[in-house]
Design a binder for this molecule. Structure first.
Ligand code: R5P
Length: 295
């Protein structure tokens, strides 16, 4: 078994490798003057089971292209089996057509990864469950919730309500609530005006006097979660925690998350959060052992 890391999250790859008692294998990566990428695996992988760890996170296009080139390099080096380990699957939100003449990028990316020559995919908290079916090769879907749940349980927060920040996330929040002794559930009715712009209408469920735990798959610009948190506080929630597997953190995310609205913001390390993007309320929990175990 060999594990190689793309450049998107080498810290996580290192932790996964350590869990498996390995070190990430050697490779050379170069960019040409025009931006084209070059990758060479620096050891023989003939007949090996190869795991490529590469979340397709920002810069998304570069991360994805690097993954495809890595897969191609491994296939041409006669690896026996290639598994793409995708802690974060970019382009997942366009998972169906919502208007005419749109692309379904989640399916397009699945096609590209498959065509590059991968045998198996290990993905974490896909934006929607149906993306599993976009692959005609084996796909293992791992959830980051155990580490988030463990942290919440250890805090012994008492009177909690688990909140989905939109209708689409209800089953995720319900599963989370179930693992917390069937905590009550609330739903924020989110209306999206334009991509990355959010207007919140109202809350379904009782949050008064409770510790509200907002659960989502990702925090991108933090518009969704911070508008939801403000509504919960207006409706009398005692405090609000944010829980999400993927810390995409683009645009104004850090300002929104650190403005005092949240008691804590819990994310995992599927996407790296550099030191200058960290703030006092942020906790980054590791999913490396979960991935290592799944491998
Ligand atoms: C939406 O369906 C997702 O689950 C997230 O709620 C959304 O992508 C988060 O985006 P943002 O942080 O930019 O509001």
């Amino acid at each position: 078994l060999r594990l190689f890391s793309g450049s998107a999250n080498p810290e996580l790859a290192q932790l996964v490798a350590r869990y498996l008692g390995l070190a990430p294998g050697p490779l050379v990566r170069k960019s040409f003057a025009d931006g084209e990428l070059y990758v060479q695996i620096q050891e023989s992988i003939r007949g090996c089971d190869v795991y490529l760890v590469q979340p397709t996170c920002s810069p998304v296009n570069d991360s994805l292209m690097e993954l495809l080139i890595l897969i191609d390099a491994c296939r041409r080096a006669s690896a026996r089996q290639i598994t793409a380990v995708l802690p974060y699957y970019g382009y997942a939100r366009a998972d169906r057509k919502t208007a005419g003449r749109e692309s379904i990028t989640a399916k397009l990316v699945a096609n590209l990864i498959t065509a590059a020559g991968v045998d198996r995919v290990l993905a974490m908290d896909l934006h929607s469950a149906q993306i599993q079916a976009y692959f005609d090769i084996p796909l293992d879907h791992v959830y980051g919730s155990p580490v988030l749940l463990q942290y919440i349980k250890e805090k012994q927060l008492g009177d909690m309500v688990i909140v989905s920040p939109d209708v689409g996330g209800v089953s995720r929040a319900r599963a989370f609530a179930k693992k917390l002794d069937d905590a009550p559930l609330a739903i924020v009715d989110k209306r999206r005006q334009a991509p990355n712009e959010v207007e919140i209408m109202n809350v379904i469920g009782d949050v008064k006097g409770k510790t509200a735990i907002l659960v989502d798959d990702m925090i991108d610009t933090a518009g969704t979660i911070s508008e939801a948190a403000k509504v919960l506080l207006r409706q009398g929630a005692k405090e609000v925690y944010a829980c999400a597997t993927h810390a995409v953190f683009s645009s104004r995310a850090i300002d929104r998350l650190s403005d005092g609205t949240f008691t804590e913001v819990l994310v995992t390390n599927t996407i790296p959060v550099p030191p200058d993007r960290r703030f006092a309320q942020l906790r980054v929990l590791s999913v490396a052992d979960l991935i290592g175990e799944a491998i």
